[in-house]
Ligand binder design. Structure first.
Ligand code: SF4
Ligand code: SF4
Length: 131
């Protein structure tokens, strides 16, 4: 089953922080401010940040709680390395994971390995068909 890890490597690749869908959201700004405040505090204070509270990598964590997103703007996921490495287009991902939920929930269209390989072959043919 498709699973995208919530880890530093994927966080670094994620394009959500600069995405126009959420960059103007006051709710997202508040989440970022909260994380920055926690990070500036003494680690011994024991304050933890839950993955769901981090406004990025929604393909791993799921829908945002923020209600003031600019949903008419363009999702940046298809330009992201996490998207490409996990073949999310071939798997039928709708992108906008901050609205649609985790990839593991919304990308069930292609779960079988053989079906996945066949779709990949089809996509390659589409891109590389000689004129
Ligand atoms: S999941 Fe897509 S639409 Fe949502 S913030 Fe990330 S890049 Fe933007
Ligand atoms: S696919 Fe979208 S949500 Fe997932 S890491 Fe990339 S930009 Fe972030």
């Amino acid at each position: 089953m498709l699973k995208i890890d919530f880890n530093t490597e994927n966080m670094d690749k994620c394009l959500c922080p600069d995405c126009p869908v959420q960059i103007g959201s006051n709710c997202v700004k508040d989440e970022i401010r909260k994380i920055e405040e926690i990070q500036s505090e003494d680690v011994d204070a024991g304050v933890m940040i839950e993955p769901e509270e981090v406004p990025k990598l929604y393909c791993a964590t799921g829908k945002t709680n923020c209600k003031d997103l600019y949903t008419h703007e363009e999702c940046q996921c298809p330009n992201c390395d996490v998207w490409k490495e996990n073949d999310l287009e071939v798997r039928g991902a709708p992108a906008y994971f901050c609205i649609n939920g985790r990839a593991v929930e919304c990308c069930k269209i292609v779960t079988d390995d053989e079906e996945h390989k066949a779709k990949l072959r089809g996509l390659r043919r589409t891109y590389y068909t000689p004129i």
